[in-house]
Design a protein around this ligand. Structure first.
Ligand code: SAH
Ligand code: SF4
Ligand code: F3S
Length: 511
């Protein structure tokens, strides 16, 4: 359902004088459930850009004396959506808290990518029941990708009556209205639009920290890999206009941010939806590289759309980091075909060859799914051999998880779970081996580390990341936090590096 449909629905259902007491009709206006079928549609409709977000006067002060708490699951996209929702809450006068027990509103910003991600959220929903019993005025909301799924909404409706609000990824800007409805009604407020999606430019944001920032460059995904729920939960691929992105990055640079990560489900498709200009990710990176911000990253790349111009621009280095996350999913051309990844093993390897030739220092990481329906032992071994051939520094590895509504969920599967688990272990053994080998190379080297703060396990140590996104723990002065400093590696472990500070760097020069 889109904004127009919602308005039509409200008109039809708005209680007139005669039926003013017929609340069932009133609630129809705030009961807009998801539809995976609608979410799948991709029409020719132009993307609408909005610059008109504002908090309605009647809602100002809604949060006075109230606190909000948001728990975020899933990918960077969700992390960034949480920053937007935090911005809206502050605009409404709420205060932030990091304790669920102190909050007057709790939101779970959820992820639907695999079944265990969903189970975690349902576990948390269960836990919150006791808190709601203690504090009946508490509002609890479920948003993010899970709310875009019919089965999830139905389950919450059936079993979790202590939830007050469910709203979707396209409805974040409606948070003030949704909260208002939830305060007014005793019923669950459900507003999930299953649409292709617009771009809303002027939403407020409260970023976590002042060192690194996420910058959305596009939303949605049109790839429809056969296992994946994202195109259904996030709508169609739609790019932000270059000027808006560049302005945001300039602003972040002026505020002293040290690193930005450009975000999209498939950033290499950036600009493909523009029909007035020819402008892709390579062009955007070429402009951003001239902005005075020390580190620029992007995620996530799809191998299919990774073009030569982008490689050429990345090879210019400077503030463009020498690390590319390039999900492969499988090393078998046959499996890739059933996954609808739209490249072969050979095409992927050719892309890797081109990237390595242009950026000899590059570090590559990846995502891999094992145990795809009917994956054979030979096909799995092709994944192992590809892993070694590329020489990834590390990888996120997953057992295939069927997602309702996706084509793969309908496939019969002859691979027993025990075999899938064993394959994951075998793959992880290779991942660990190569990670340890890659880390060994850092021994006694001096690396640039962007210092993010105290080390998690030892407040006397500092922690930060190398240009290739490797974690470094080291002893150094607290004044180094927020800066890029030179650290000598004294101990290279499998997943992190230990070191000692050598000197503090001046701001990196960017040409
Ligand atoms: N847009 C990115 C990331 C998508 S989600 C991309 O295309 O690369 C992150 C990772 O989760 C994917 O790369 C994939 O490896 C994994 N994933 C997605 N759906 C999955 C499923 N149904 N089961 C197991 N892993 C999955
Ligand atoms: Fe999912 Fe494929 Fe889109 Fe990535 S590219 S979000 S894996 S459908
Ligand atoms: Fe999860 Fe949605 Fe991101 S399904 S991985 S939170 S786009």
């Amino acid at each position: 359902m889109n904004e127009q449909q919602r308005l039509d629905n409200q008109r039809v259902n708005s209680p007139d004088k005669k039926s003013a007491k017929d609340y069932s009709k009133y609630f129809e206006a705030v009961y807009i459930p998801p539809s995976l079928k609608d979410a799948k549609k991709r029409g020719k409709e132009e993307v609408k850009y909005h610059n008109d977000f504002s908090i309605q006067k009647e809602f100002l002060g809604m949060g006075t004396g109230r606190k909000f708490y948001i728990r975020t699951y899933g990918c960077q996209m969700n992390e960034h959506d949480t920053e937007v929702m935090a911005g809206i809450f502050l605009g409404l006068g709420y205060e932030v808290t990091d304790q669920a027990e102190d909050a007057n509103v709790i939101l779970l910003n959820t992820c639907a990518i695999r079944e265990n991600a969903e189970n975690k959220v349902f576990g948390e929903i269960g836990h919150l029941k006791a808190l709601k019993r203690e504090k009946p005025d508490l509002l609890i909301g479920v948003c993010g990708c899970m709310s875009q799924e019919e089965s999830v909404v139905n389950k919450i409706l059936e079993k979790h009556h202590h939830i007050d609000m469910i709203f979707g990824t396209h409805n974040i800007h409606r948070l003030p209205n949704i909260l208002h409805e939830a305060y007014m009604s005793k019923e669950m407020v459900i507003e999930v639009w299953s649409k292709e999606g617009d771009v809303i430019e002027n939403l407020p944001k409260v970023r976590r920290g002042n060192i690194k920032a996420w910058v959305n460059i596009m939303y949605g995904c049109d790839k429809f890999c056969t296992y994946c729920i994202v195109p259904y939960t996030r709508g169609k691929e739609r790019s932000r206009r270059p000027d808006d992105i560049i302005q945001e990055v300039r602003h972040l640079a002026a505020q002293g941010y040290q690193e930005i990560t450009l975000l999209g489900q498939n950033v290499n498709a950036y600009g493909k939806d523009f029909d007035d200009i020819q402008y892709g990710l390579g062009d955007l990176m070429d402009e951003i590289r001239k902005i005075d911000i020390p580190r620029v990253r992007f995620t996530t790349s799809h191998p299919r759309d990774f073009d030569d111009h982008l490689i050429e621009v990345l090879a210019k280095g400077g503030n463009l980091m020498d690390h590319i996350h390039l999900p492969v999913q499988s090393g078998s051309t046959d499996v890739l075909k059933i996954m609808a990844r739209k490249y072969t093993r050979e095409q992927y390897l050719e892309l890797v060859r081109k990237i390595k030739a242009a950026i000899p220092n590059v570090s590559l990481t990846t995502d891999i799914i094992v145990g795809y329906p009917n994956e054979t032992e030979e096909q799995f071994e092709e994944t192992l051999s590809l892993y070694r051939e590329v020489g990834y520094e590390t990888a996120y590895t997953f057992i295939y998880s069927p997602r309702e509504g996706t084509p793969a969920a309908k496939m019969t599967d002859n691979v027993p779970m025990a075999v899938k688990k064993e394959r994951l272990q075998r793959l992880n053994a290779v991942v660990n081996e190569l990670s340890a080998a890659a880390m060994k190379k850092y021994q006694d080297q001096i690396v640039d580390v962007l210092v993010e703060g105290e080390s998690k396990n030892n407040p006397d140590m500092l922690a930060g990341y190398t240009s290739k996104s490797r974690l470094v723990n080291f002893k150094g002065p607290k004044t180094a936090i927020g800066k890029i400093v030179k650290v000598k590696i004294t101990d290279a472990k499998t997943w992190s590096l230990n070191g000692e500070i050598v000197e503090e760097l001046q701001q990196v020069e960017v040409n």
